[in-house]
Write a protein that binds this ligand. Structure first.
Ligand SMILES: C[S@@+](CC[C@H](N)C(=O)[O-])C[C@H]1O[C@@H](n2cnc3c(N)ncnc32)[C@H](O)[C@@H]1O
Length: 317
C-alpha cells in the first residue's frame, strides 16, 4: 500500500528509536490516526508493548522502518494475508481434522503450506515427528519459534520433489483458482504406501465442474471420504468461504465404499421473493453445465467395450 502522506510525515518526524524500541513523540495522536500509524508499524514487525511504552521490533527499529521511509510503501498484514492466502485453521477445525487421524508415537507427519503450523502443533502434541514446508519466511520463522516441527523448510511446496516417506499429511493449502487441488495431488506423493492424508479444501471440490473432474476422480479412485465443515468455519481467520475435509489414503483400501460428495444445504427461499435475473441466469447456466458433464460421463461409459467374462467364472456381486 502507498502510505498516506500524513502517516508518512508522522513516521519521519515524530518517532524516536532506541535499539529494538520505537517511541512516538509529541502530543497524543487521535485514535484513528494512531491506528493507521500502528498498521504500518505492525506490517514491518513492530508490536505495541505496554511494559516498554514502545513498539518493540525483532530487529533494530530504525532498520525495520528505513525501507518504509525510503519508498513510502508497505505491504500491510491484511495485504500479506490475501497475497499469501494465510487463513490459519481455527482450533475447532483442527480438532475435527485430528479426530480423523490415528497417531502412533514416532510417526512422521508433513504439514505443507504450514503457515504458523496449526496442524503441526496438534500432531507434535500427539507424539508425531513433524516436518513443515511454508513459502513465506515470516510465517516460517514464527513456526520455527514454536519448536513443534523437526524441520521447517522455506519453499514453494509445489516445486519440492516428492519423497514417499510420511505416515500422515495434514494440510490446509491455499485455495485460489483451484490451487488446493494441485497442492493435495502433489502432497499425496509424499505418503508411504500405508499413509493417510487429510486436508481442508474449498467447497468447490464438492461440485462437479470441468476444473474439478480430474481431482474428484482421484479421490473416488482412492475411496476418499469427504465431509462438509460447518458454515463460516473460518470466519475468525478472515474468510467466510465454505470448506470441506477430504481424507485420502495412499492406497485404495480393499473395503473402500464409493465416495459420497456432500450436498450444499440450499437456504429456504421465500416463494414470494423474486430473484435477481442475472443470478437466475447464472444458476441456469451452472445447472446446464452440470447436466452436460453428466451426459458426457454417460457417453464415455457407453463407448467403453463391455467387460468380458471368461467361461466358467462367476462375477463377484
Ligand atoms: C490457508 S493458510 C493455512 C496455514 C496452516 N496450514 C493452517 O492450517 O493454519 C495457507 C498457507 O500456505 C502458505 N502457502 C501458500 N502457497 C504456498 C506454496 N506454494 N508453498 C508453500 N506454502 C504456501 C501461505 O503462506 C499460508 O501460510
Amino acid at each position: 500500500m502507498r502510505i498516506p502522506t500524513d502517516v508518512l510525515a508522522l513516521l519521519s518526524n515524530r518517532t524516536r528509536t532506541d535499539g529494538h524500541r520505537l517511541m512516538l513523540v509529541g502530543p497524543r495522536l487521535a485514535p484513528a490516526l494512531y491506528q493507521r500509524v500502528n498498521e504500518v508499524l505492525e506490517a514491518v514487525g513492530g508490536r505495541w508493548t505496554k511494559t516498554e511504552g514502545a513498539h518493540l521490533f525483532p530487529v533494530h527499529a530504525a532498520e525495520a522502518l528505513a525501507p518504509v521511509l525510503a519508498t513510502g510503501e508497505v505491504v500491510t498484514l491484511g495485504e500479506k494475508r490475501t497475497l499469501a492466502q494465510y487463513f490459519p485453521t481455527p482450533e475447532p477445525v483442527v480438532d475435527q481434522l485430528i479426530a480423523l487421524v490415528t497417531f502412533e508415537p514416532g510417526m512422521t507427519v508433513l504439514e505443507p503450506s504450514a503457515g504458523s503450523g496449526a496442524m503441526a502443533t496438534a500432531a507434535a502434541a500427539r507424539g508425531a515427528i513433524v516436518d513443515c514446508i511454508e513459502r513465506d519466511p515470516g510465517y516460517a520463522t514464527v513456526l520455527s519459534d514454536t519448536h513443534a516441527a523437526r524441520r521447517v523448510q522455506v519453499a514453494d511446496f509445489l516445486t519440492v520433489p516428492a519423497e514417499p516417506r510420511f505416515d500422515r499429511v495434514l494440510m490446509n493449502p491455499p485455495f485460489t483458482r483451484g490451487t488446493d487441488m494441485a497442492h493435495v495431488t502433489h502432497a499425496l506423493r509424499f505418503l508411504k504406501p500405508d499413509g493417510l492424508l487429510v486436508s481442508v479444501m474449498s467447497w468447490t471440490v464438492a461440485e462437479q465442474t470441468g476444473s474439478t473432474t480430474a481431482f474428484r476422480k482421484l479421490v473416488e479412485q482412492r475411496g476418499g471420504l469427504v465431509e462438509a465443515l460447518p458454515a463460516r468455519a473460518f470466519a475468525q481467520s478472515g474468510t467466510t468461504i465454505d470448506t470441506v475435509l477430504v481424507t485420502i489414503l495412499a492406497t485404495r483400501p480393499a473395503d473402500a465404499r464409493p465416495t459420497v460428495w456432500p450436498a450444499r444445504d440450499i437456504p429456504a427461499q421465500d416463494s414470494e421473493e423474486l430473484g435477481n435475473p442475472a443470478d437466475i441466469a447464472a444458476e441456469i447456466v451452472a445447472d446446464l453445465r452440470k447436466a452436460v458433464a453428466a451426459f458426457e460421463e454417460v457417453a464415455a461409459a457407453l463407448t467403453k467395450p463391455a467387460p468380458t467374462t471368461a467361461p466358467g467364472t462367476v462375477e463377484a456381486t
